[in-house]
Write a protein that binds this ligand. Structure first.
Ligand SMILES: Nc1ncnc2c1ncn2[C@@H]1O[C@@H]2COP(=O)(O)O[C@H]2[C@H]1O
Length: 883
């Protein structure tokens, strides 16, 4: 007894034929007789024509099938190993299946292993008009093996069983022994059954007489062609039926279960939003899922058997296919051509797939789509794009795939951050753009995705400085944390301890100005001119310029009223604050604070700023200016880090000084009601003030200079009025108000940061006399630091700032070139302050001239007479430079 059945049977049968010479079944006779051609060909035809799905599931591609069948004429060619390896049942045990390439996308062996045949499938429908001993033998054996057996006596009844849908038999035995039996028409049953899709997986067995297979090759062919899977020769031998039924259960029914499972997998592929394409080895598309059709607009028939390259936009598909041909996975972006001529740019992972054996059998392309539960309209690509740009840099291992998923999820969160909106807008723009633009925009998106969006990529080591002094200065200013960390020596005299100086609270008067000398009063009358002489004030007030200028300007801006405190508190606060500036510092003392306050007040007077800021903003700006360097030790943050100062330890080497200035401001102010200028504020208002003041103080940190500047330029550099608007050929009426002055809270914050930053380093834009004085003072402070570093064997942060050798003009030219000039040009275009720019430019020239003359040292500069070199102030400028 034997049979010719499914593709797998062909191999196993073939193997049996090699192995066993003692043939006792007709099947083997059948094989022997037909080993050479027609029946095999017919069998293949049945497979390929009637049951493509099965062929795919069995993982025996037609070329392999062909090869093996071709070889069936010389059975000894086929080694046992090869046959075993091809056998789905044996494959998982075969050496081939256990090779390391199991990492490789391997085919169904795993699934076959995993598969547990559904016990409810063990039911047989016997279709025969005559219940003879052969049928009794089949039925008894089957029931003993736990099969359910039902019998019907006509074709109609048989088809009825399949049409009703419930409990459709897994196996149908059709009696084909009686050629003239009109009640059971085997061909009709087979054809009707196969015409209904849901019955495609039923195992149809033809029960025939021995003479049928021995003599009628044509009839064998015809019965297989009509849709039968197996031909079994009649027998009453129960052992034969046991073997047949076991084979049916283990193989045929298992195969049917797998087919059902594959259908489920295909249905799942059709439900996924990812676009999946499978090609053969020649890169012809074999399968594209529904998402593919939805996104690209093609029906499956449009693409199947077409070369993949026909649906690809750029020529780089070759690069992908070449990788795949070398069995290398490929990950990257692919531009697919849609049916309507548009293009979709998707992140794709292409993998070789090996269904069996050692060779690749297919290539699988999965394009990841992430996002909303939409019904895949063609325009739904933004969600896919989101995935695509997130996934760009990701390689091909599983961990990165997981990361890809979480990134994708992150981007799907309803985050309302402006940057996510921007990215979303860019993605929308990409949809209608050509590839070149898409690629450029992808790069833009990549840049936008970085967290430190506005931090400058201008690193110390990347800047080409004109000279070493500039290199030292700018490098030190824009570098965070400790420098020259090679030294492990600890400083023995950390200098940043907070030293309170004695101060008197009782002197505050309601009318502070009444108590000051006429000279001071006269000077303070000029407090809102750019050429206000703060050094004169320093001198007249015996180094207490901050209290005097502070009272003058804070009352001018009515800060006490805004804060709800009296002038007495204001005065007490200023007194305490000033006392916490170190008078011994040549630069970072209360005169510098007064200078920054004065510049801040001047900026606040500008129309554009007035329009933007309310009184609370003004108060915050003035308070931040007054306190921004409180308790400055006269050494840089880098020095504090290098010397492991307590402050550096407290603030983890991050924004050490600025953090300290801000923290001390609030500590001092709030610890004593008599000087607590915030006491009168509502809790929420206080929070806002605190936040604002801290933000502005921190903004003075020079390591963030380029970041703040870039942000300001990109966000706030718009025309202030419609009259200023005619940019890019637009007339004022054509300019929408949104592109004018900044309005959002964030934009206002940027303006305030820029304001205090400019005030903080405005000294090179002051009248020459003051500019030079500041330059000498800062250089002196730097020299002191260098001296101290050398004495204490600390890393020298700015070695060029050596009292004996340093070129002051060079340091100023460098400072202006890298920090000041661009910043003030930008600021001037925002607030319109020509005198500031005028001084800046003429001062720059002054330093250039000095450098040319070789007047470079600190003492040289000190000796230079300034009066004669003072420039003329332009019309709108100050009038007080010589005070
Ligand atoms: N005229 C100047 N020449 C060189 N450096 C300066 C000058 N003015 C200010 N700076 C530096 O700029 C820094 C701004 O922040 P700080 O006030 O903390 O410290 C300041 C000095 O280090």
């Amino acid at each position: 007894m034997g049979c010719v059945s499914s593709s797998k049977d062909v191999f196993e049968y073939h193997y049996d034929a090699i192995e066993k010479t003692n043939s006792d079944t007709l099947g083997r006779i059948l094989h022997d007789q037909t080993a050479n051609t027609d029946v095999w060909n017919t069998e293949i035809a049945v497979r390929n024509n009637n049951d493509l799905t099965e062929n795919r599931l069995l993982n025996i591609p037609s070329e392999m099938w062909d090869n093996c069948c071709r070889r069936s004429g010389s059975a000894s060619d086929l080694s046992r190993d090869t046959v075993d390896a091809y056998s789905p049942i044996n494959r998982s045990d075969s050496p081939l299946a256990q090779t390391p390439e199991n990492n490789y996308m391997f085919g169904c062996s795993k699934y076959i292993q995993d598969l547990r045949p559904n016990p409810t499938l063990k039911n047989i429908l016997a279709v025969t008009s005559k219940e003879d001993s052969v049928w009794q033998s089949i039925a008894t054996t089957a029931r003993n093996l736990d099969w359910t057996v039902n019998r019907v006596t006509s074709s109609e009844e048989a088809l009825e069983c399949f049409h009703k849908g419930n409990g459709v038999p897994a196996v149908a035995f059709v009696d084909c022994r009686y050629q003239n039996d009109k009640t059971v028409d085997a061909h009709q049953i087979a054809r009707s059954l196969r015409s209904i899709r849901k019955n495609a997986h039923v195992v149809l067995v033809a029960l025939v007489r021995k003479s049928f297979v021995v003599k009628n090759e044509k009839d064998v062919t015809s019965i297989l062609t009509s849709g039968f899977n197996k031909i079994i020769v009649e027998t009453c031998n129960k052992n034969v039926w046991i073997k047949e039924l076991q084979q049916l259960e283990k193989e045929d029914i298992t195969m049917r279960s797998m087919l059902a499972q594959q259908d489920a997998v295909l249905a799942a592929l059709d439900k996924t939003k990812d676009l999946v394409i499978i090609t053969d080895l020649k890169h012809n598309i074999q399968y594209m899922n529904k998402s593919g059709s939805m996104i690209l607009g093609y029906a499956a028939e449009d693409v199947v058997n077409k070369p993949l390259a026909a649906f690809h936009q750029l020529g780089d598909i070759d690069q992908i296919t070449k990788k795949l041909e070398k069995n290398i996975e490929w990950d990257g972006k692919v531009s697919w051509k849609c049916k309507n001529g548009e293009h979709v740019y998707l992140q794709c992972r292409a993998s070789p797939f090996r269904s069996f054996g050692k060779e690749t059998t297919n290539y699988i392309y999965v394009q990841e789509s992430i996002g909303e539960g939409h019904g895949y309209p063609r325009g739904s690509v933004p969600s896919i794009r989101k995935g695509s740009y997130d996934l760009k840099s990701i390689n091909s291992d599983g961990a990165q795939s997981a990361r890809r998923q979480s990134l994708a999820k992150l981007h799907n969160l309803p985050l309302e951050a402006p940057i996510t909106k921007v990215i979303s807008l860019i993605c929308t723009a990409q949809e209608n753009s050509n590839d070149q633009v898409v690629q450029i925009l992808d790069k833009v998106v990549d840049i936008l995705r970085v967290t430190e969006l506005y931090s400058s990529h201008l690193k110390t080591e990347n800047i080409k400085y004109d000279d070493p002094v500039t290199s030292d200065l700018i490098g030190a200013l824009i570098t965070q944390g400790p420098v020259h960390v090679t030294s492990t020596r600890r400083s023995s005299n950390d200098s940043a301890t907070v030293k309170s100086q004695p101060y008197g609270l009782g002197i505050a008067k309601m009318n502070f100005m009444a108590s000051v000398t006429p000279q001071i009063k006269e000077l303070l009358d000029m407090a809102l001119y750019w050429d206000f002489n703060v050094f004169k004030l320093e001198e007249l007030t015996m180094k207490r310029p901050l209290v005097h200028l502070g009272m003058n300007l804070l009352t001018h801006f009515e800060v006490h009223k805004t804060l709800g405190c009296d002038e007495r508190t204001l005065h007490a606060w200023l007194t305490v604050v000033e006392s916490h500036y170190h008078a011994k510092n040549t630069y970072h003392n209360s005169t510098h604070a007064a200078d920054v306050l004065q510049a801040t007040a001047m900026f606040l007077e500008k129309d554009r700023i007035k329009r933007l800021l309310d009184q609370l903003d003004e108060a915050c700006c003035l308070i931040a200016a007054i306190t921004h360097d409180i308790d400055h030790p006269g050494k840089s943050s880098a020095f504090l880090c290098n010397s492991q100062n307590d402050l550096a330890i407290l603030y983890n080497d991050i924004s050490v000084l600025e953090s300290h200035h801000a923290a001390l401001t609030f500590k001092l102010t709030t610890r004593d009601d008599r000087l607590n200028i915030f006491k009168g504020l509502e809790k929420d208002t206080y929070k806002v003030v605190r936040q604002n003041v801290i933000d502005m103080i921190l903004a003075t940190e020079m390591t963030k200079h380029f970041e703040h500047l870039a942000k300001f330029v990109s966000v706030c550099n718009k025309p202030s009025t419609l009259d200023d608007a005619p940019i890019d050929g637009l007339t004022p009426s054509e300019v929408s108000p949104e592109i004018l002055a900044p309005t959002s809270a964030e934009e206002i914050n940027l303006v305030k940061r820029m304001l205090i930053k400019c005030a903080d380093v405005s000294n090179p834009t002051r009248p020459l006399k003051m500019c030079v004085e500041w330059a000498k003072r800062i250089a002196d402070e730097y020299f002191n630091q260098t001296d101290e570093e050398k004495i204490n064997h600390l890393p020298v942060v700015m070695p060029m700032f050596d009292r004996a050798t340093c070129s002051i003009p060079k340091s100023q030219i460098g400072f202006m070139d890298y920090i000041i000039n661009d910043m003030f040009e930008t600021w001037d275009s925002f607030i319109d302050m020509p005198e500031m720019l005028y001084y800046m430019r003429s001062n720059y020239q002054y330093w250039k001239d000095l450098e040319e003359k070789g007047t470079i040292s600190y003492s040289d500069v000190c000796k230079m007479p300034l009066a004669t070199t003072l420039p003329k102030i332009p019309e709108s400028g100050g009038n007080n430079a010589e005070n």
